[in-house]
Design a protein around this ligand. Sequence first.
Ligand code: UDP
Length: 414
Amino acid sequence: MLHKVSLGTGNIDKYRLIQNREVIDEVVNLGEELKGLRLCHINSTPFGGGVAELLISYIPLLRAVGIEADWQIIRGDRRFFTITKGLHNALQGAVYEESRNVKTQRVYQSNNETNARELDPNYDVFIVNDPQPAALRHYSPDSKAKWIWRCHVDSSEPDDVTWRFLRPYIEEYDAAVFTTEDFIPPNLHLAKIATMAPAIDPFSSKNMFIKRYVCRELLENLGIDRHRPLITQVSRFDRWKDPSGTISAYRLAKAKIPELQLALVGSFVIDDPEAWDIYAAINEEAIRDDDIFVFSNLTGVGNMEVNAFQRASDLIIQKSLKEGFGLVVAEALWKGTPVIAGNTGGIPLQMPGDLSNYLVDSVEECAKNIVYLLKNPAISKSLGEKGKEIITENFLLPRLIRDELTLIKSLVAK
Ligand code: UDP
């Protein structure tokens, strides 16, 4: 059997303290209508990265409103995950000729076939996240469940060859979900295509309130000088997150603000064999500069520390070149910390109005904004405050649960 992530049951009522009551009431009502529905999310890693982050809070909250929710993780060897990382990159637009290679296709198919055999099939609805397990529906031909494919990346312009390979698997689903309309790939024929943005859990250890002095102490323990300005990027070690662009922007900014420090907080995940090379390249740079710090989940920098970095940094940078949504942007803004981020994917959704002035298309623009905001703390503060309002209104977990249960209701009603 596939591994089920062990999780508890949440408490929907405490969200009434911070979120619009109407949304919570809608969630509670949907839960009552769908009471007892057996729902299973499937993905390829139980930690690191946005999907795992989401599901850790999401599943307990679904249980809290009466849904029998679970989360199963597919298995795969290094060869499989190297291929699926290629597919992931290709959905975001990278050329991936390998996906026409029959042997490559066979590795993908046989891993999905094996996982389908080991899947606990006793659910009414499966939600399959991202391309790694996308063929599970194909290899579960007798399933009477409703199947939803949830794509978390910007798949607006996928690599042609790869999309030709994956599309038939996706078209076997009852519905597909994308973060925005713009991400729906070309020629996708499905009875139902829905859009909904991800969300963050304000009560998770990643986002819960921590007093500022505790954050500063946590950071000081990691070698950060609390009396000097700090900018931080939090992301998987992934080329689309552009850590080298962030380092270049930091260097340009440091020429104007010599006391500047940069922290790169990254995580390794099971399904990403490319991460070690990116990590090595970043370390090369960090070795030559005492004010660049590199941390990861492997060295004990977990949720609480990320929380502290997002709260106590003067600015959060997310210089992505491609981005599905960028939960890290929502996490930082929720904490009232201003963000400078790549003008790509789902990031602009989270940074409308004045915040959009800090969406950047180049290293130079990023550096210029770092210097500007560090020299204008009042503007930084007001951006953080506006950001917190935007996230509170649009990107907290109950809204996502409402959207997903509404979709499920429409599918099971048929
Ligand atoms: N994250 C973390 N530790 C790290 C790096 C990232 O906990 O060292 C978390 C981060 O806080 C966020 C998630 O991983 O919750 C990344 O989600 P995002 O949507 O930003 O990017 P993805 O990894 O899904 O592309």
